[in-house]
Write a protein that binds this ligand. Structure first.
Ligand code: F6P
Length: 353
């Protein structure tokens, strides 16, 4: 058995744990030959790969990043290196020349959408859901998310002590793209006073009112805002547009927009922290190490069954497979009837609405 593996899109903690689990399980159970493509789909386009043996994936379980490298612009259907032409035939040729039985592709929504298209071209693919954003359809949890929530929660805890000391309004901006999962879970875990998520447009007057009321009693306020949050009748804050990226919009900066708006409305001092890529780097939490290892080991089982064109997923703590098609080009946002929203509201957290 000959299997390729790659990591696509933005990195997150736990990628190496998946690479290790897939490779070790296939070598132990099938004596498979495993080939790691470098820098995501770019390696598949440029035919850059290396053989992964047992030793080369030993000792990487707790390492952040990806030993294979990744790329968040390399799309074989719209390749930036060829005037955005479709080079999927090149990819198919490289795949066939290497006599691969299949490919394990570890990635988020963009990567799964590309994988679905390549599967239709005749490449056997099994997807593994990664992203700090937790926004992939059909799975309760992506690996990398728990680590990001841990980092954001630690930030809330730290902002609370310094905010309390100075009677300030502290605004923390998290990542998460168009979904509010990181901000919401970190707010519950850290006990934030206000959480602003893309799914619930905020009213700056309500946010200001909460801050003013808290200034009278508790004196400080912690606001957690997801980068995709937007005011009612307003737009998301876009940091930059990267035209040749599968997802061209880079969000960021909403915390400073809110700071400016609040400064016009309240007397308290305001400080902003933008967490950024700290949420993506570093060692995975035990939960993410276990989830990534479960995903990788299960993906290897699915390879052995030759069940292609699927993504492994976690549903009610059971590992299942779902068609790539049901994941491609979709985003899982926080449902408005989510128990997480209800829980946050029940302990007095405001959504600024
Ligand atoms: O999808 C993961 C993510 O970290 C998002 O939360 C964020 O909006 C985006 O990627 C940042 O992308 P880049 O690394 O290209 O700045």
């Amino acid at each position: 058995m000959r299997i390729g593996i790659l990591t696509g899109g933005g990195d997150c903690s736990g990628l190496n744990a998946v690479i290790r689990a897939v490779t070790k399980h296939l070598i132990i159970s099938e004596r498979a030959e495993v080939f790691g493509f470098e820098n995501g789909f770019l390696g598949l386009i440029e035919n850059r790969y290396r053989k992964l043996d047992y030793l080369s994936v030993s000792g990487i379980l707790a390492q952040g990043g990806t030993i294979l490298g990744t790329h968040n612009k390399a799309n074989p259907l719209k390749y930036f290196g060829a005037d955005n032409a479709d080079v999927s035939d090149v990819v198919l040729k490289n795949y066939n020349d290497l006599k691969l039985d299949g490919l394990v592709v570890i990635g988020g929504d963009g990567t799964m959408s590309i994988s679905f298209a390549l599967q239709q071209k005749g490449i056997n693919i099994i997807g593994v859901p990664k992203t700090i954003d937790n926004d992939l359809m059909q799975t309760d949890r992506t690996f990398g998310f728990d680590t990001a929530v841990g980092v954001a929660t630690d930030a809330v805890d730290r902002l609370q002590t310094t905010g309390q000391s100075h009677d300030r309004v502290m605004i923390l901006e998290t990542m998460g793209r168009y979904a509010g999962w990181i901000a919401l879970e970190a707010s519950i875990a850290g006990g934030a006073d206000i959480v602003l998520i893309p799914e619930i447009p905020y009213d700056i007057e309500v946010v200001a009112e909460v801050c003013r009321n808290r200034a009278k009693k508790q004196r400080f306020t912690i606001i957690v805002v997801a980068e995709g949050a937007a005011p009612k009748d307003g737009k998301m804050t876009v940091r930059e547009t990267i035209d040749d990226s599968p997802d061209p919009l880079r969000l960021g900066g909403v915390a400073n927009v809110i700071r400016y708006e609040l400064e016009q409305r309240i007397d308290s001092e305001i400080r902003v922290t933008v967490l950024g890529h700290i949420q993506r780097g570093g060692t995975p939490t035990p939960f993410d190490r276990i989830l990534a290892t479960r995903y990788g080991s299960f993906a290897a089982d699915v390879v052995k069954k030759k069940e292609w064109g699927v993504m492994v997923a976690l549903q009610n703590n059971e590992l299942v497979t779902v068609p790539l098609e049901s994941v491609a080009n979709k985003t899982k946002t926080v449902p408005l009837d989510s128990d997480l929203i209800r829980t946050a509201k029940s302990v007095g957290t405001s959504f600024g609405s």
